[in-house]
Ligand binder design. Structure first.
Ligand code: SF4
Length: 210
């Protein structure tokens, strides 16, 4: 029940601080419904993936059918889960040498792409919303996020680095290009090539995709 679910998320002192708990509940139910309908278990999904020629692809395709994952066409949570399962000491998921991990696009990568100039916003109305950190519509968020996906894909192929290395580089860039305080360009490794669009912020939108 929803009450029981809410109790799982209580802090040690009994307080209920989880934001958007209803969204967590809906996603958990969607996950459970699909797993039951498909008669799948997490172990079976992994065993099937690891037994295939393309374990990563097989794993992501399986999650395309499961609530909580299937809604996002860019597969952010599914890909992140795959990376976590692969990097666990147990190496739950095998990834074949020929397989490459797709971009994992969330807030920090969109912010980096916008500020560095990897993507450019030509729509004045959208640009203003991003600068003012106003809520954006679904299609506006998609325009930025899909462009960021493309930009990070190209960055990866042009650099010859793995997606993990590219993601880690931009993850580290958050240190000098944070959300809530002024960017420290002088200490940032991207300073020499950056567009310095410091006023731009990632799309503000409540989502369960990432
Ligand atoms: S150079 Fe400045 S604006 Fe560009 S990514 Fe670094 S901190 Fe952000």
């Amino acid at each position: 029940s929803e009450t029981e679910f809410a109790n799982w998320y209580r802090a040690d002192d009994g307080s209920a601080n989880m934001p958007a708990l209803n969204l967590h509940f809906e996603v958990a139910r969607a996950y459970g419904r699909d797993m039951q309908a498909l008669h799948w278990t997490p172990r079976e999904i992994l065993e099937r993936a690891n037994a295939s020629d393309k374990p990563l692809q097989t794993f992501l395709q399986a999650l395309d059918h499961i609530g909580g994952y299937k809604e996002d066409p860019l597969r952010k949570k599914a890909t992140l889960l795959a990376v976590i399962l692969r990097q666990r000491p147990e190496q739950f998921l095998r990834v074949a040498p020929a397989e490459s991990v797709p971009p994992i696009i969330d807030y920090h990568l969109m912010r980096s792409c916008l500020r560095t100039g990897l993507i450019r916003v030509d729509d004045d109305a959208l640009r203003q919303k991003l600068e003012r950190r106003e809520l954006v519509a679904a299609d506006e968020e998609w325009a930025v996020r899909s462009a960021a996906y493309e930009a990070i894909s190209r960055t990866q192929s042009l650099s010859g680095k793995s997606m993990g290395a590219v993601d880690w580089f931009f993850f580290g860039a958050r240190r000098y290009c944070p959300e809530m305080t002024e960017p420290d360009c002088a200490r940032c490794t991207l300073d020499a090539v950056c567009a310095h669009a410091k006023n731009l912020f990632q799309p503000a939108r409540r989502t369960t995709f990432y």
